[in-house]
Design a protein around this ligand. Structure first.
Ligand SMILES: *[C@@H]1O[C@H](CO)[C@@H](O)[C@H](O)[C@H]1NC(C)=O
Length: 413
C-alpha cells in the first residue's frame, strides 16, 4: 500500500504542485497535533542520531540482563534518574518514529588505542538490544527495508558509527563495518583523525585543514561500499573537502545552522548551498546548546533552524537528527523521543509548509539520500577495493600505534 504512495511522491518531486495543508493555520493545538499524527502515520519519520548505546555501556557495562528497551524506562533504574535518558520503544512508538539510526560511538580518548574493540562492542550491544525486542524493532540495512518495517509497524533500527578514529585509518575496517551493518560514518567526533579535521580544538593541531589525500581516499572507499558519509562534528573545511570528493550525497546526522548560533559545530551558509548541489541533507539537532548557543530553547527555535536550511539549501535537503540520549538540554516541548509530533504540529501553523514538504522533512529526504548512496554502490560495483595505506607522516608516532605490521618501519618503505 505504502509503495504506491512512494511512487506518487517521486512523481511530485519532479515539480507537481504541493498538496494543500489539511488544517487551517488558525487550528487549535489539538487539531494540529491530530494532523501531525495523521501525517506521520502516512509517511515515515526517520531520525539520524541517538546515543542510547553509549549510555548502555556507561550505565550497565553492556550487561543487558536487567535491560529491556520495550519497557517504560522512566520507571527503571538507573534511567529514571538520568537527565540524558530520553529513549525507549514505548516512547519511540508514541513519537511515531519509523526508523532510528543508533549511534555506535567511539570516544576520542581511545584514539590510537582500542577504538576498533570499542566499536565492535557498540555494534554487538545494539544488535543484542534490538534482538531482545523483535515485536517492536528489527535491524535493517537498506532503504527498502525501512519502508517494509514502516508498513509492518515496527521501528526500523539502523547503525551509524560516530567517530572516524574508530576506523583506525584502515580501508579494511571501512569494509568490515559496512559488512556488520553500519550504514553511515561520522568522520570525526571531538578530535582530529590523522586524515580529517574536526570542529573542536583538539589537544594537538590537525594534520591539515579539511581532509588529507588519504582522507579523500577513505571517502571514495565509503562511496564504493555504500556507507553514507556524515560530517556532523567535522570542521567546515572538512565538510567542503568531503562535498568536493564524495561521489554520493553527504549527510549531517545531527547539526544546526551557524547563522542562528555561531559555533564551529554548526553548518555555515556556504556549506548549506554546497550541500544542495550535492543533494545531501542536514538533519537538525534538538540540542539547545547548538540551537540558541544557550541552555534554553523552544520548539520554535528548532523550526527556525529547519526554515534556515530550507531557505539556504532547499526543502529537499533538511531532516531530523535529534540526538536524544546525548542531549543535556532539550528544547521545551521536545523532552524525549515521544515528542516529534509536537514539532510537526508547530510546523503546521505555517502555511508555507505543504504536507508533501513536511513528509520530506520527516523522512523522505533521508530516504532519497540513502537510495542514491545504494545506487552509487551499485554503479561502482566494478571498482576494485582500495588497498591504500595511510602515509607514516600522517600518524602521530608518539602514540602506541598497533598496526598489523612488524614495526612502524614497515610503513616507511
Ligand atoms: C520487555 O518488556 C515488554 C513490555 O513490558 C514485555 O512485553 C516483554 O516481555 C519484556 N521482555 C522481557 C525479556 O522481559
Amino acid at each position: 500500500m505504502y509503495r504506491q504512495v512512494v511512487v506518487l511522491t517521486l512523481v511530485s518531486w519532479c515539480g507537481a504542485s504541493p498538496l494543500p495543508v489539511r488544517v487551517s493555520p488558525k487550528a487549535t493545538h489539538h487539531e494540529r497535533l491530530q494532523a501531525a499524527h495523521a501525517l506521520l502515520k502516512e509517511s515515515p519519520l526517520i531520525d539520524g542520531h541517538n546515543d542510547l548505546a553509549w549510555n548502555v555501556r556507561v550505565f550497565l557495562q553492556n550487561k543487558l540482563h536487567t535491560f529491556n528497551l520495550s519497557s517504560d524506562l522512566t520507571q527503571e533504574k538507573p534511567w529514571m534518574n538520568s537527565p540524558i535518558s530520553q529513549t525507549d520503544l514505548p516512547r519511540l512508538k508514541k513519537g511515531q518514529v519509523a526508523a532510528q539510526f543508533w549511534s555506535v560511538y567511539v570516544p576520542c580518548e581511545s584514539q590510537y588505542l582500542n577504538t576498533v574493540q570499542l566499536l565492535l562492542e557498540q555494534i554487538d550491544v545494539v544488535k543484542r538490544i534490538i534482538a531482545a525486542s523483535p515485536r517492536d524493532t528489527v535491524l535493517v540495512k537498506t532503504s527498502a527495508e525501512i519502508i517494509e518495517e514502516f508498513e509492518r509497524g515496527r521501528v526500523a533500527s539502523l547503525m551509524g558509527m560516530e567517530g572516524g578514529h574508530g576506523l583506525a585509518s584502515s580501508m579494511g575496517v571501512v569494509r568490515a563495518v559496512y559488512d556488520l551493518g553500519v550504514r553511515y560514518v561520522t568522520l570525526t567526533h571531538k578530535c582530529h583523525t590523522p586524515w580529517a579535521e574536526c570542529s573542536e580544538r583538539g589537544p594537538q593541531p590537525p594534520n591539515t585543514r579539511g581532509l588529507t589525500p588519504y582522507g579523500k581516499d577513505l571517502i571514495r572507499e565509503m562511496n564504493r561500499v555504500g556507507l553514507m558519509v556524515d560530517v556532523s562534528h567535522a570542521s567546515a573545511s572538512t565538510a567542503r573537502d568531503v562535498l568536493r570528493t564524495s561521489r554520493a550525497p553527504v549527510i549531517f546526522s545531527h547539526s544546526a545552522a551557524r547563522a542562528l548560533c555561531d559555533i564551529e559545530r554548526n553548518v555555515p551558509d556556504d556549506v548549506l548551498s554546497f550541500l544542495a548541489e550535492n543533494e545531501g541533507i542536514v538533519m537538525i539537532s534538538f540540542d539547545s546548546d547548538f540551537l540558541t548557543c544557550s541552555e534554553a530553547a523552544s520548539i520554535q527555535d528548532v523550526v527556525e533552524h529547519i526554515n534556515h536550511v530550507r531557505t539556504m539549501a532547499g526543502v529537499d535537503y533538511v531532516g531530523i537528527g535529534a540526538g536524544y540520549d546525548g542531549v543535556n538540554r532539550t528544547p521545551t516541548g521536545l523532552e524525549d523521543v515521544s515528542r516529534y509530533p509536537e514539532l510537526f504540529a508547530e510546523l503546521l501553523k505555517d502555511p508555507s509548509w505543504s504536507l508533501q514538504d513536511l513528509k520530506k522533512l520527516a523522512g523522505l529526504n533521508l530516504l532519497r539520500v540513502f537510495r542514491r548512496v545504494e545506487q552509487v554502490r551499485e554503479e561502482l560495483a566494478s571498482e576494485k577495493p582500495s588497498e591504500e595505506i595511510i602515509p607514516i607522516h600522517d600518524i602521530d608516532t608518539r602514540w602506541p600505534c598497533r598496526y598489523k605490521f612488524a614495526s612502524l618501519d614497515d610503513l616507511r618503505t
